[in-house]
Design a protein around this ligand. Sequence first.
Ligand SMILES: *[C@@H]1O[C@H](CO)[C@@H](O)[C@H](O)[C@H]1NC(C)=O
Ligand SMILES: *[C@@H]1O[C@H](CO)[C@@H](O)[C@H](O)[C@H]1NC(C)=O
Ligand SMILES: *[C@@H]1O[C@H](CO)[C@@H](O)[C@H](O)[C@H]1NC(C)=O
Ligand SMILES: *[C@@H]1O[C@H](CO)[C@@H](O)[C@H](O)[C@H]1NC(C)=O
Ligand SMILES: *[C@@H]1O[C@H](CO)[C@@H](O)[C@H](O)[C@H]1NC(C)=O
Length: 831
Amino acid sequence: MAGDASRSLVCNIALVMLVQVAQASGWNTAPRKTVRHDVVKEVKRFSKPKVFNYTTLRLDEDGEALYVGAREAVFALWTEDITVEVKDAIVWRAPLEKKMDCVQKGKNNQTDCFNYIRFLQTFNHTHLYTCGTYAFQPKCTYIDVRNFTLNKAAVEGGKGKCPYDPSKGHTGLIVDGELYSATLNDFLGTEPVILRNLGHRYSMKTEYLASWLNEPNFVGSAYIQESTNSDSGDDDKIYFFFSERAVEYDCYRDQVVARVARVCKGDLGGARTLQKKWTTFLKARLLCSVPELQLHLNQIQTIYTLNDGSWKNTVFYGIFQAQWADLDVSAVCQYRMKDIQRAFDGPYKVFRDQAQKWGQYSDKVPNPRPGSCITNSHRKSGYNTSLELPDSTLNFAKEHPLMNEQVWPVGRQPLLVQKNVNYTRLVVDRVASWNVLYIGTGQGWLQKAVMIGSRAHVIEEVQLFEEAQPVESLTISKRKRLLFAGSRSQVVQIPMADCGKYQSCSDCILARDPHCVWAKDQCIRTDTMTKTLTVLQDVEFANTELCQRMEPTKGERRTIKVEVGTNIFLPCWLISNLAVPKWLFKGQDLTKVTSTGYEIQPKALQISNVGVEHSGNYLCYSEEKHGRVLSGNYSLAVFPSLAVALESKSAGFSLSLVWLGVLILGAVVLSCLLAAVIYLHRKLREQLGKTSEAREASGSQATELILPKELPRGTTFVPSQTSSSDEKLWDAPSYYYSDGSLKIVPGHAPCQNGGSPSLNGTANGIPGQPLPTSVQSPTRLNLSNIRGANTNGYIRLQLGEEGADPFSEELRKKLKQRQMLPDANPEESSV
Ligand SMILES: *[C@@H]1O[C@H](CO)[C@@H](O)[C@H](O)[C@H]1NC(C)=O
Ligand SMILES: *[C@@H]1O[C@H](CO)[C@@H](O)[C@H](O)[C@H]1NC(C)=O
Ligand SMILES: *[C@@H]1O[C@H](CO)[C@@H](O)[C@H](O)[C@H]1NC(C)=O
Ligand SMILES: *[C@@H]1O[C@H](CO)[C@@H](O)[C@H](O)[C@H]1NC(C)=O
Ligand SMILES: *[C@@H]1O[C@H](CO)[C@@H](O)[C@H](O)[C@H]1NC(C)=O
């Protein structure tokens, strides 16, 4: 127990530090907007029945085709609209006897013993080259893209080109008709290899030594044409990225580290030493750390190569993961070509037998320099190819593949660090002078971030898949301005930007999306604007003063009449996750008002036990940076007692209070029911495509409410917003289940028994929302339901039998969607 306590103390201290550093270095950059899967615009999805694992994407911009490698199938989709197959699919199954072999060798027939397409790249103008795991016996062949057929006659062994095990990492690329691949080379997955194959030259591979590759997990590769305009006559190089077990750390012998390795394209191996093995294989450690915290992210997940014209300006973006103080932490680090080159041009690392330690090699290095490509200076000395290199150089190269210097990321720290999220894939796009990152997560979301100086601003998070599943591949079509993502269940296509969701000038400017500008009265994409338009954009500073004269300063005021003693919520519709509410009462800052009973919550103002002193006008602004948008305008009238309120409406109303209470309760229940029914009805109609009609109907809501006192303690009423906005908007205050005129807020009584939100955010509810576990059928509502709900003060709705009626079905769906939201820890959603 004591151990547990001290452990949790350590964790808590770590957490506090984490939060502090987060604030200092742009950590936990909360996505400004959250877009759920059901409101993503212009989305297109592709999947086929009984086909899974749409893992491998290959975009052919010229051919307007997106090739998709899935489990036992390859598809050719139209880049404009991936629901259209431009050619009939290729079915490429592992034959039954191979599957039986696979099962006999102890592999799982449900998961392992299929042909998972893992490699799919352009070979030449007419052919693709593809490899699949083929029930643990990898195979490769060509696909003729003209008639989209698999060349069955040319099927060849895939050993070293494709993993046996579909769950293992691998990487590869085709350069001038030769395939460079890095994978595990055998059935057991114990023999790693970096291989060159195909083409006219003999194949080349890595030496099978732990000092070369030690249980690596390959994640990416890049071809850099360093021979272009090279003064030294340098060669082109192929870089590989992976994590592996480090050998060089004494105290952490099993520590995993991230690496970058490279080989030269012209390498032909040695004549005697290193025959048909790389003579130019060198590797260095890639760092992605937050030094203040001793946080080292060593598990590299993926790499994206951004090539901006000249190879010298190439930058690599890597995603790294780590477990840190029981948290999942993900980060993006950026590496410059010259920093990687510096490590490979620097000293080697060596194991000193005497000291039993690794250290920098400082003795004489053989000439020509081991691991170097053949350059002009080699040629001058008579070494035209690696075959002519002296044994001294080759032996040294074989013994010393590891460089002493580590490669630091740009700025010596990550660009972006997030906790409680697993980043899986990324692509980077250059838009004007901005670098925009699209990052997929383990839960099927896409984060879009823009780099502003050394900081990342996360513009939005978009839920790509309804069902939580990792984003397994990402690719962008710059020409079509589309992004494609592959997952276990489908491929999805979305536009690279949806500017239409920013409905005001402030919102558009604050978004800082380089793709979006405010023009006249809407937020539009830069590629759709015409030259003559005056447009506003400020990615760097997000200065909303640009908008000043354009924002509405007055919104419709809503009158609310309540009786003394009621608890009420006044919603404030914040325009983003980064906005905070700013309340004014009779024109005065509410935080400076002395009356008690106010509690400003992130999305509403709670006034408990309303008194006459609370009467007056309330304004709420959604405030972000220095801009504000009016988001709520209420006139609150408080009546001393119910009778007075009613008298003002209908004189001579003289039933006893008890009866009155019962009647009103009945009415409330009825109106709730009615609201629910209207809402569900409307929902259904919306689904039938009659959205506009439904909206018209919701345009004329009652703006006046009278609330009785006799309701059980803790029951709370919230006036709903008569908003013309789509109810399903990302930032719909969570207080609404419908757009009826009266709402009972479930579970929103202030938490009295110390139920603070869990720090590691394991609760999957939404703040201010009940965990929708016990919801009863609206048709079974009665008074006892209300009374019985004393703990949290809300009506429990319960769904009938699954599929029993369309209403509960709809409600269930709705609740499910709400559950799908990512953990929205208040700590994270405010900056
Ligand atoms: C393939 O998809 C299935 C179904 O979604 C999943 O269970 C399995 O883990 C996936 N396999 C691989 C190798 O990705
Ligand atoms: C896998 O094996 C089980 C039992 O051995 C069998 O019932 C099932 O049909 C097999 N599934 C496939 C896809 O071959
Ligand atoms: C492309 O490669 C395939 C497979 O090797 C070959 O049959 C075909 O002739 C090549 N096409 C061109 C245009 O070189
Ligand atoms: C596909 O086209 C190529 C070249 O036109 C041809 O050689 C091949 O036989 C065709 N395959 C099929 C199945 O028609
Ligand atoms: C290297 O190439 C140059 C010119 O290409 C040639 O003159 C020279 O003889 C070659 N040297 C060897 C050792 O093959």
